[in-house]
Design a protein around this ligand. Sequence first.
Ligand code: F6P
Length: 353
Amino acid sequence: MNRQTRLGILTSGGDCPGLNAVIRAVVSHATLTYDWQVFGIPYATQGLLERQMIPLHVHSFDLRGIDPLLSMGGTILGTINKGNTLACMDEIISSYQALGLDALIGIGGDGSIAILSQLALQGNWQFIAIPKTIDHDVALTERTIGFDTAVNTITDALNRLTFTAASHDRVMVVEVMGHEAGHLALHSGIAGGADVILIPEIPYSIETVCGHLAELHDRWQRKFAIVLVAEGIHPAHDANYLPHQKPSGSRGQYIADCIAKCSAYPVDTRVSVLGYIQRGGIPSALDRLTAAAFGKTAVDLIAEDQSNQMVAWQNGRVVAVPIAQVCDRSPLAVDPDGDLVQTARALGIYMGE
Ligand code: F6P
């Protein structure tokens, strides 16, 4: 009798909601449909290097019969988003061999996927990637695990912040993550009713931000405002403002300071940096559905002997795209002329020039 296929799975890069739901889908499909053995590699390439693996079984995390993986944030496997992988490629490749794995599924963002794919090519591993990131900046896929939950978390925060801002007549500047992309800010800003959304892809002018706030104040008697700022915005277009104070830390604080200086009327600004709240939490139904579909397809691709492919969502379908194509592209940016930017502008939101 042939020995059972041994499938490894790991999570790499920053955590996000829905990773455990992917692990659950992979374990269920690989074991129930194909009768494979599945092993979790802790802490991504660090676990590979240290030759660590944990056998994963269907229902192995059940508590009184309840499977917590679907609704649990973070990753039960642990993850790393900084490492020295390139310096120890050969050791990782020998460790992988020593673990006796037949194939590997890696759940990661574009950086992790590129590194794992390089290892897979060099080590001749069968490798399939599943895209995850709250930033939603992986090329060639319309969905990444974790993005939808983070958008919901930010939208909920904006709902809460609106009431306190309105009660005190304040300009509330809210800083969100997203790395160098503005997807998180754009989606949640529209859903959460922001008055201004600043994203890395669209230059802004502080004079126009202040002009917009003044119009809200004078024309609509609005005594508060919500200004949503993506962490990746660059201050290049504000060179005349605070010239000796380039933002070293919070972009939100920088924008709040600029608004306080240039506002035509006295404003009381407050800053709320949402930070790691955005990475935690119970995964949304959409992230769980995507996790199920991506996990199932990744296992099927392994069964079909495919390798170096990334599972992706395109035009309402789950497809496989060669990782080489993903690596050839720049990270997915917000289209400054796209439908969502136009929608935001049509609703009176200031989005930059
Ligand atoms: O890529 C996800 C992300 O949360 C970014 O939005 C953010 O810039 C970064 O990770 C933070 O990383 P770290 O966990 O290293 O602080």
